[in-house]
Design a protein around this ligand. Structure first.
Ligand code: 13P
Length: 254
């Protein structure tokens, strides 16, 4: 497949896997995917498995991501984890503003923008998540919602930092439901987000930024989705918990 932007496919394990289970999975992925050069492959285990997984993937083409981080660097924030702490385990990416955190932890765009800036300050690449609910799509508000989220979550981020930022478009109605956006819906929405980025930065920056699709990505739909002109990878939930399905999503995308 010929696209200027390198595909990036990340597994968001969410609150799953003990350390032993995590090691088992990455051991298999390392072997399965050792020859893949065409795709940036990222695994995002829970915090508790980062240390061990980090050691296991040192000499591989797998990269490490975290699922969240604090907007603060240190201090009296019980239960929080700072960017510098993630860096200790060679974490390169961090998922920010996932819809589950927007919903359950009430994270808003302003907070996500602070986290995005803190990630960049620590040279972590943020994967900033946006996406509309079913009611918003059915009410014809998808573009408005996405514009608010993209502009709000990236507020204050410089052009140079934007280039190192990944956007994950995850329609909330497609997450964990088995419902996937149709190729037309995905392409149209990704193109809309790229036009927004052009308006916020410039054409070169918008062309270089990678926009992942997330929401019930599976081996059976990854080839079609990943071949769309403005889809530059995937953020995979359920299907990333199993070696065979995550490896096949990546292989089918090439
Ligand atoms: P599923 O792939 O399970 O739908 O989850 C998508 C997701 O939320 C990834 O961040």
């Amino acid at each position: 497949m010929n696209k200027d932007r390198k595909l990036i496919i990340a597994g968001n394990w969410k609150m799953n896997k003990t350390v032993a289970e995590a090691l088992d999975l990455v051991h298999g992925l390392k072997l399965e995917l050792s020859n893949v050069k065409e795709v940036d492959i990222v695994v995002c285990p829970p915090y508790t498995a980062l240390c061990e997984v980090s050691k296991q993937i040192l000499d591989s083409n797998l990269r490490l991501g975290a699922q969240n981080m604090s907007e603060h660097n240190f201090g009296a924030y019980t239960g929080e984890i700072a960017a510098g702490m993630l860096k200790e385990f060679s974490v390169r990416y961090v998922i920010l503003g996932h819809s589950e955190r927007r919903q359950y932890q009430k994270e808003d765009d302003a907070l996500i923008a602070k986290k995005t800036l803190a990630a960049h300050a620590a040279s972590l690449k943020p994967i900033v998540c946006v996406g509309e609910t079913l009611a918003e799509r059915e009410g014809g508000r998808t573009q408005k919602v996405l514009e608010t989220q993209v502009r709000g979550s990236l507020h204050g981020v410089s052009k140079a930092q934007l280039e190192e930022t990944i956007i994950a478009y995850e329609p909330v109605w497609a997450i964990g439901t088995g419902k996937t956006a149709t190729p037309d819906q995905a392409q149209e929405t990704h193109a809309f987000i790229r036009r927004l980025l052009l308006d916020m930065a410039d054409e070169v920056t918008a062309k270089r930024m990678r926009i992942q699709y997330g929401g019930s990505v599976k081996p059976a739909n990854s080839r079609e989705l990943m071949s769309l002109p403005d889809v530059d990878g995937a953020l995979v939930g359920g299907a990333s918990l199993e070696e065979r399905s995550f490896a096949d999503i990546i292989k089918n995308a090439i």
